[in-house]
Each structure stands twice: as structure tokens, then as C-alpha cells.
Design a protein around this ligand. Structure first.
Ligand code: C2E
Ligand code: SIN
Ligand code: SIN
Ligand code: FE
Ligand code: FE
Length: 412
């Protein structure tokens, strides 16, 4: 038998480990997994509060998972339930206290809700014991619900959840809630940074960043499929890449209007100034706190490198704007990065960005027609672009056409 003291120590260790995770989906997965391990239960789900709704975000179910082919996902869809007494999760969110039910099919008259059997009816699963825990932030607001299902005895029978575990699991839940809230805040701030860039340059930024992000994710997914990358890894990378790609040009907020919005060709001096947007962008994410910061720093920094080494800003320190020792060209500027020395996400966004810039009208150029665009990109394989990515791009051109239709440019 594990003592309560050992359990408490374990929970405190977990709190630390979980606070190190910044990506919100990974975080939910980990919280649920640890809470289930701790209470030894068969299944569970997490709901996140959005306004007056609980949005179902994540589920695990060992029994059903074992019946699926390897790698297949549970048959869950996205749905939300109101914060009200009509469901167990809604009731706990409304009241803010933990609820320990030994058999959800027999809750009796003491509670206002009935257990919703539709998922059991769909899958043949029998939900019995259930521990439903409010996830409260430091202000005491319920930001989500953790629902643990079918505790197991040592012999594998379904049993009620132990009452003496409730305090410890609540402690764990409160830590988890603070961490979820921090991850959500990070995401909010990123989206606001993007809004700021859009305010600065409303005609070109909004649809451009959405398209570039969608192109980049489509390229990555097609690449990942070819390379047999596992679905969980793809799911993890997709969001980080999408947000990083949306911010690829965020450094342009530091470029003055007379350059940023010049209705015509740059002089060489103006172009030198514009090139600094890669360094300004990288500096915004210089404190690497999460996968996201790291990826955003790489993308803003390296989306104008060229496969053949003739891009910018190259091997340079983004803070001092000086070439790294050993990488100075004769004129003192930095040598460009080349081939696979260019971060992978930078190579992806480089292709997505140019495809979009050529296809659209800009304040300094007309839109090219599709033949001209594809001709250019094909010709730049192994010169401007990673040749493998160009191949994948051309094979999936229909996907890119659809994305383009989905985010049209705003008319003036
Ligand atoms: P952007 O508009 O997002 O363009 C991204 C990239 O698409 C460009 O990076 C370039 O690689 C490619 N691209 C865009 N238009 C053309 C084109 O007509 N021909 C070719 N071959 N490639 C093209 P680049 O050149 O490093 O420029 C970075 C950013 O600087 C551009 O972002 C844009 O905001 C600005 N910019 C570049 N040249 C000019 C210019 O002559 N006038 C003005 N006003 N802005 C410019
Ligand atoms: C509820 O908490 O009653 C809704 C979720 C479920 O049916 O398991
Ligand atoms: C990566 O997924 O970052 C590595 C792939 C590559 O460099 O081609
Ligand atoms: Fe750029
Ligand atoms: Fe761009």
C-alpha cells in the first residue's frame, strides 16, 4: 500500500514537471495521464472553460484504446456542454467542488443531473465510478474540469475512487490549472502581437500571414507523411509551426512607414534596412521559454535564407548585428546559411512566403499568374529553395490553391 505521504511527494514532483510544459495540448494530455496514473483509473477527460461552456478537449480510455488499431485515435468529437446542473461536469464547474460518484448510473435523487449515456451507448463502454474535479486558477475561477472514470482495484475490478485521495488530487488540479492558464496567456499574447503587426500594415499583413501559416502547415504535413512521422508528433508540431509562421514578418513593425509602404522598388539602402526585419523578429523571441519561442525565433530569423547560401541574414548575432566569427564575407557582412544548415521551419516558411508574395499584388509589385509563379518556384529548387520541399509543394499544388481561395486579399 502506498502511504498518503508518498502520494503527496509524488504529486509535488509532478507539479514541477507539469509546470515545465508550455504547449497547451501537450499539457492537457500530461495532466490527464498523471491524474489517471495517480488514481489508477481506466479513463478520463478534460474540459476547458470558454465563456459559459465547457469545451471537451482531451480524453483517454485504456479499454477502448486497446480495441483500436495501433495509432488510431479514440472516437471522440469536439463538443461542448453548458455550465449548468444538466450534466456532471457542468454541475461541478458551476459549484466549484469535487464530486465523487461510485456509480453514475445510480446517482439517486440527491443530484439535479442525470449521467449522459450517449457515449457509452455508442461504444459499449460502461462508465461506473467517476471523480470530477474543478480546475481552479489562483483567483479561484473554474477554468476547466478534470473527469476521472472507473478507478481500478489491484485485481483490475472497477471500484469507487478513494475519498482520502480527494485532497491530494485537488492540490494537483490547482497546480495544473495555473499552468494551463499560463499557457493560454502565452497564446493570447502571440495572437495580439500578430494583431499589432496587422494594424501597422493592414492591407498586406492579415490575409498574408494566414495564408503563409496555412501553406507552411500543409507543406509540413505532406513532408511528415512522406517521412512516416507519427501522428502525435505531427499534432504537436502543427500548432507551433502555424503560430511561428504567422509571425514570420512580425519584425516589420520596427520598419518605418516610408520603407514598409513604399509604392515601388527599393533602393539598395532601403533594402538593407528592410532586411533587418529578420533580426528584429528574432530578438522578440530571444528568451527561449518554450518550443514555441524557439520555433518563432528560428522562423523570423531564417525565412529569407536561400538553399544556395545567398540569402540573408546568415550567420549573424541578431542583437549586435555582427557576423559570427569565421563567417564574415570580404565586405564584413555575414555569410548566408546554406542547405540543411538552415532550420527546417525556416526553409518551409521561405517557400510558403515567396509563393504567396508572387501570387499576390503588393504595394511594390503586381500579382504574377500561376504559370509564372510555378515556373519560378520550379526553377529555384536547389537554388532559393529546399529541393525536396519544392517537390512536395508541386505534388500538392491543389491544396495550396484551396488555401489561397480560403483567405482572399481584402479589396481596397
Ligand atoms: P514580402 O512581400 O512578404 O515578400 C517575400 C519574398 O517574396 C521576398 O523577399 C522575395 O523573396 C519574394 N518576392 C516578392 N516579390 C518578388 C518579385 O517580384 N520577384 C521575385 N523574384 N521575388 C519576389 P525579399 O526580397 O527579401 O523582401 C522582403 C520584404 O521586403 C518583402 O516581403 C516586402 O515587404 C519588402 N520588399 C522587398 N522588395 C521591395 C520593394 O522593391 N519595394 C517595397 N516597397 N517593398 C519591398
Ligand atoms: C457529464 O459530465 O455528465 C458529461 C460527460 C459525460 O457524459 O461523461
Ligand atoms: C526536423 O523535423 O526539424 C528535421 C527535418 C529536416 O531537417 O529535414
Ligand atoms: Fe520576411
Ligand atoms: Fe512575408
Amino acid at each position: 500500500m502506498v502511504s498518503q505521504e508518498d502520494k503527496l511527494r509524488k504529486i509535488i514532483d509532478l507539479g514541477y514537471e507539469i509546470s515545465q510544459i508550455k504547449d497547451i495540448d501537450l499539457l492537457l494530455e500530461k495532466i490527464l495521464h498523471e491524474a489517471r496514473g495517480f488514481t489508477n483509473c481506466d479513463a478520463g477527460s478534460i474540459y476547458v472553460r470558454e465563456g459559459e461552456q465547457l469545451v471537451f478537449r482531451y480524453a483517454q480510455n485504456d479499454t477502448i484504446q486497446k480495441q483500436l488499431a495501433p495509432g488510431r485515435k479514440l472516437p471522440y468529437s469536439t463538443f461542448s456542454i453548458p455550465i449548468s446542473n444538466t450534466s456532471i461536469a457542468g454541475h461541478v464547474a458551476l459549484n466549484g467542488s469535487i464530486l465523487n460518484i461510485s456509480d453514475v448510473y445510480n446517482v439517486g435523487n440527491q443530484y439535479p443531473f442525470l449521467f449522459n449515456r450517449s457515449y457509452d451507448d455508442l461504444t459499449g463502454y460502461r462508465t461506473c465510478s467517476m471523480l470530477t474535479i474543478p480546475l481552479k486558477n489562483f483567483r479561484g475561477d473554474v477554468i476547466g474540469i478534470l473527469q476521472l472514470i472507473n478507478a481500478k482495484s489491484n485485481t483490475g475490478d472497477t471500484v469507487p475512487f478513494a475519498h482520502e485521495d480527494e485532497d491530494i488530487i485537488l492540490y494537483f488540479a490547482n497546480n495544473a490549472a495555473s499552468t494551463i492558464e499560463r499557457a493560454k496567456m502565452t497564446r493570447e499574447i502571440i495572437l495580439r502581437m500578430n494583431k499589432m503587426a496587422e494594424l501597422r500594415d493592414p492591407k498586406e499583413t492579415g490575409p498574408h500571414v494566414n495564408r503563409v501559416a496555412a501553406y507552411a502547415v500543409a507543406l509540413y504535413e505532406a513532408w511528415a507523411f512522406k517521412h512516416n512521422i507519427s501522428q502525435p508528433e505531427i499534432d504537436r508540431n502543427r500548432d507551433v509551426l502555424r503560430m511561428s509562421a504567422m509571425l514570420h514578418d512580425v519584425g516589420k513593425v520596427a520598419i518605418s512607414d516610408n520603407i514598409l509602404k513604399k509604392p515601388g522598388k527599393f533602393t539598395p539602402e532601403e533594402f538593407q534596412v528592410m532586411k533587418l526585419h529578420t533580426l528584429y523578429g528574432a530578438n522578440l523571441f530571444a528568451d527561449i521559454n518554450s518550443d514555441f519561442d524557439e520555433s518563432a525565433a528560428l522562423v523570423t530569423f531564417s525565412h529569407h535564407e536561400r538553399w544556395d547560401g545567398n540569402g540573408y541574414p546568415g550567420y549573424i548575432d541578431p542583437l549586435t548585428q555582427k557576423a559570427l566569427p569565421g563567417y564574415e564575407k570580404e565586405d564584413g557582412t555575414a555569410m548566408g546559411k546554406r542547405g540543411e544548415d538552415i532550420p527546417f521551419y525556416g526553409r518551409i516558411v521561405a517557400l510558403a512566403d515567396v509563393y504567396d508574395a508572387l501570387s499576390c499584388k503588393r504595394c511594390y509589385k503586381e500579382a504574377w499568374n500561376e504559370n509564372e509563379v510555378l515556373e519560378n518556384i520550379r526553377g529555384e529548387a536547389g537554388r532559393q529553395f529546399d529541393p525536396e520541399l519544392v517537390g512536395i509543394f508541386l505534388e500538392n499544388i491543389d491544396t495550396f490553391r484551396q488555401i489561397e481561395k480560403h483567405y482572399p486579399d481584402q479589396s481596397e
